[in-house]
Design a protein around this ligand. Structure first.
Ligand code: AMP
Length: 283
């Protein structure tokens, strides 16, 4: 496995592989089974080509009061996981390698990113789009894999690829969960034992309400939203940032179930830790 630390090394890597499949898996490290499941998908997709995982805690997607400094960093352990999963190359730049201090150009998304997570994290999705666009330009991948766990992020990236004409197939990987249903996340490590025991309420409620929609138990998205809020709030430690029933591609709040593909989404604080999750309707 090759470890690349600079943009110049990455450009050279890309040039050497011209004409071969290259699948990109962008991450912020602190890798868990959710991330490695994306690597497994990438390896299947790449065939005899390359899988490049990137490990970079991207400062531009963190707000001023967020956990950029505290975000877990464990490069050696991450590299071992990449190697174990058959990743051929890893790009792990130092913090100051990716951006010029006086950079004035970035990618701005003006619709999908204002709601849901974007409402409480202004600038977050522009930071995500900018780093992903830079990685696409540096590596010119044939495909890139992102987790459905960050459903809004996946929708925003699909939109960026469409609107900016990137020739990259965006592949969504299903959410990997702990045995009690909690979506795996690097931020789960911040939870106290008590909060950790309470956190599966998010997934449990999302799943119950999704099953209710599938069996016509809710007359409207509005009543399903109310059930989501009530179910999650029944856990005393949970503080809801948002719950919603949205259209799976536009992310707009659904007014009716007629003709829609609903996605149930939630962001919930346990103490200072903000967890997100989402589900579609059961098959
Ligand atoms: P992050 O390191 O949090 O930026 O995540 C890197 C990639 O892993 C993103 O595409 C995430 O959506 C994805 N990811 C994070 N957690 C999970 C999970 N539990 N299951 C599947 N994918 C995940």
């Amino acid at each position: 496995m090759v470890l690349l630390r600079t943009k110049d090394e990455l450009r050279e890597w890309t040039t050497e592989r011209t004409g071969r499949p290259r699948v990109l898996v962008p991450t912020m490290g602190a890798l868990h089974a959710g991330h490695t499941s994306l690597m497994d998908l990438a390896i299947k997709r790449a065939g005899d080509g390359d899988v490049l995982a990137t490990i970079f805690v991207n400062p531009t997607q963190f707000g001023p009061n967020e956990d950029f400094d505290a975000y877990p960093r464990q490069l050696q352990a991450d590299l071992e996981k990449c190697r174990d999963h058959g990743v051929t190359s890893v790009f792990a730049p130092e913090a100051d390698e990716m951006y010029f201090n006086d950079a004035t150009i970035s990618v701005h998304e003006s619709r999908l990113s204002h709601r849901l997570c974007g409402a409480s994290r202004p600038g977050h999705f522009d930071g995500v789009c900018t780093i992903v666009a830079k990685l696409f330009l540096l590596t010119q991948p044939t495909a890139a894999v992102f987790g459905e766990k960050d459903f809004q992020q996946l929708a925003v990236i699909r939109r960026m690829v469409r609107d900016l004409d990137f020739s990259v197939d965006v592949i969504g990987g299903p959410t990997v969960r702990e045995s009690d249903g909690l979506a795996m996340s690097s931020r789960n490590a911040y939870l106290s034992d008590e909060q950790r025991a309470a956190a599966p309420i998010i997934q449990k409620t999302l799943r119950e309400v999704a099953a209710g929609i599938a069996s016509d138990r809710f007359s409207s998205p509005e009543t399903a939203r109310a059930a989501l809020a009530e179910g999650i709030a029944s856990e005393g430690l949970a503080r809801i940032d948002y719950v919603d029933v949205v259209d799976a591609s536009s992310l707009e709040t659904l007014e009716t179930f007629e003709g829609a593909i609903p996605r149930l989404v939630a962001a919930v604080f346990f103490g200072k830790t903000r967890l997100i999750d989402n589900v579609g309707l059961p098959e």
